[in-house]
Design a protein around this ligand. Structure first.
Ligand code: ADP
Ligand code: MG
Length: 269
């Protein structure tokens, strides 16, 4: 039995309770290029947030700072009150060592546009590797969990396939399962359907939509405005590294307060 699971349990109810993400006054540059400015956002536990905005506006960089794949130059990011990437001594922040960063990063699952599965590992091996290595789960137990999660996304028969034998939509569902197998408190999706043929987008959005109702904290960068309207509690519009406005989907999409939001929506809708 996994985590005291009962037959017929909804898989998503066995994810950890969603973490609260607090981003305070974050700024970030690459050389002379300012990519994030004055970003101050709270993602409450269990909230579902869609981030939209033009290419180059800093959406990916913002997501990557949340699990410390990118360092911030200013400001702090905390999940459930724990600093990401740093520890505090008095008024000074010190970067954590690599080991501790990796440990905390487990709490923050991230799914990328291009799936990033290991090509030389089977689907099941892709899923079980990290839980065994990082979470210390037994191999057999990890395989039971992996097969169960695969079944939940309709891929029970693909456990022994290699990524190249799967469609893009199937690979992305495997990538989602691989992330879920680590039981993150927070799930970040960076344009998870942008690399997919149009007919495969729905199967991936279906899985994400189910996760959105699970109580995990979910942040998704997406150009799928209809999906954002349907599943998100809140939509954030970013441009040139700044949060221009944020609010309920109905408000942002139907009654944007800023000209720049309206202009962007006119281009994409
Ligand atoms: P978005 O995801 O909204 O398209 P990004 O966060 O990827 O935007 O990029 C924001 C800006 O930062 C872009 O101008 C991009 O070229 C630049 N950028 C992103 N990553 C790097 C990097 N590692 N080094 C230098 N510039 C980068
Ligand atoms: Mg991006």
């Amino acid at each position: 039995r996994l985590d005291g699971a009962q037959d017929g349990d909804d898989w998503t109810t066995r994810l950890p309770r969603g973490g609260r993400i607090e981003i305070r006054d974050v700024a970030k540059s690459f050389g002379n290029l300012r990519v994030l400015s004055d970003v101050d956002l709270t993602f409450p536990s269990g909230s579902v947030t869609a981030i939209i905005g033009p290419s180059g506006s800093g959406k990916s960089t913002l997501l990557r700072t949340i699990n410390h794949l990118e360092r911030v130059d200013e400001g702090t990011i905390e999940i459930d009150g724990t600093l990401i990437g740093y520890h505090r001594e008095g008024d000074t922040l010190f970067e954590l060592d690599e080991r501790e960063i990796l440990k905390r990063r487990i709490e923050v699952g991230m799914v990328f546009q291009n799936f990033n599965l290991f090509p030389h590992l089977t689907v099941l091996e892709n899923i079980t590797e990290a839980p065994v290595k990082v979470r210390g789960l037994g191999k057999a137990q990890a395989e039971v969990l992996g097969r169960e999660l695969l079944a939940r996304v309709g891929l029970a028969d693909k456990a022994d396939a290699y990524p190249r034998q799967l469609s893009g939509g199937q690979q992305q569902r495997v990538a989602i399962v691989r992330t879920l197998a680590l039981k993150p408190k927070v799930l970040l999706f960076d344009e998870p359907t942008s690399a997919l043929d149009p007919e495969l987008v729905g199967e991936v959005l279906g899985v994400i939509g189910e996760l959105a109702r699970s109580g995990i904290t979910l942040v998704i960068v997406t150009h799928e405005i209809g999906f954002a309207r349907e599943v998100a509690d809140r939509i954030i519009f970013m441009e040139q590294g700044r949060v221009i406005e944020s609010g309920a989907p109905e408000q942002i999409l139907n009654r944007p307060q800023h000209r720049r939001t309206a202009d962007f929506l006119a281009r994409v809708l």
